[in-house]
Design a binder for this molecule. Sequence first.
Ligand SMILES: [Fe+2]
Length: 451
Amino acid sequence: MIQIDLRRLFLKDEIHSVIRQMINLINSPVCIMDSKGKKIIGEMDEGLSCEYPIALENRAIGMVYGGEKASVLAFLLSCLANLELEKKALGREALKKYREITLLYDIAEKLTASLDPKEAAQLVVDVAKMLIKADNISVMLKNEESGVFELLASSGRELHPGEGLKIGIGIAGGVFHSGRAEIVNDISSDDRYVSGAVRVSSLMCAPLKIKDRVIGVIYVSSEERAHYTAEDLKLLSALAFQAAADIENARLYDSLKETFLTTVHILAETIEKRDPYTGGHIKRVMNYSMAVGKELGLPELEMEHLELAAVLHDIGKISIRDSVLLKKGKLTVDEFAEIKMHPIYAEEILDHIKHLKGIIPGVKHHHERYDGSGYPEGLKGNDIDIIARIISVADAFDAMTTDRPYRERMELAEAFDELRANSGTQFDPRVVKAFFTACSENRIPVERQGK
Ligand SMILES: [Fe+2]
């Protein structure tokens, strides 16, 4: 509630001067006191027979004592105090609007950059919390398979923990079906309400719409009786509008990424089937690599590249003749030279795919050695992409611990010894160390490998 301090009102030069002029016009003694009975102007005297309240809306914020004419002064002061109140209220409203617009602008910017549906929904919840008085704010999306609302983000306790809220019921269900935002300030008067784990007295709900399709709702509730206004609902609807588009974008991006990843896996596994001896190699190299990458604390984008590079590390073998790739006996010098071309062939293939260009260094250099004696470029140490250094260890470990046409697999301990012995020459010692740490913490499923 906005307060007006009568004493501070008199500190304003223009107001002080108007009051002084009025007192001169009255031309008889007056005394003005604040609501606590403290004197502001004049002296209290027995001759001041009348008293008039200085009214701000319906309450007295001070008194004017004097003769009959003093009533005009009280009236003037009441008008000035009310004008001041209005000015303050307008100022506050303008500030609130400015804050809302700034927050909406900020959220629009952040949401457009966000490609994670949960992150996008949480941003909306956080902003709604700043703008609307509520105990609980939830963004719920329809789960197409189960037909219930799925909580994407919230502040406060979950309203319907466990099974979730069925789409067809409750006020949220009504808003979902009608596509129209609603305010229910007195929940007891609405028989659609389905009580949940949290006390609710008032609520607002707006649909998350993509054109005419409703994908979910944003739900705001208050434990105590609230007085949500049309303005509040407008604000919630604006947030819902912004959120829906960005959540949908993020969801589409997610599903596109998943489709892409599945296609890449299928492609790699189809190629792998050419050589029955290497069955499951890709999956194991990917698992080992990801565990090592995690141990090394690689950032999210590098982890994504690591996964793809591990899956596609031998894609270049598609260009190697069967007679060479599947040869059971010892390879001739020329044949080995042909095999050594597979990282170059991989680069040629990946270079045509926009989304896979980023993994070329990881794939092309997985046969480089830490001491510079590897191929195809003889790169050394940290000049070799970290992703390639990781795949190199994972690839070698899997080759050692699986049967090949020309030799049986090694004992696990023997393969570990090999990694240790070649750390610093063939392999990056940091990667070997991370591999052992991940193994010791059971994050690498090696127990079924080896003899
Ligand atoms: Fe390879």
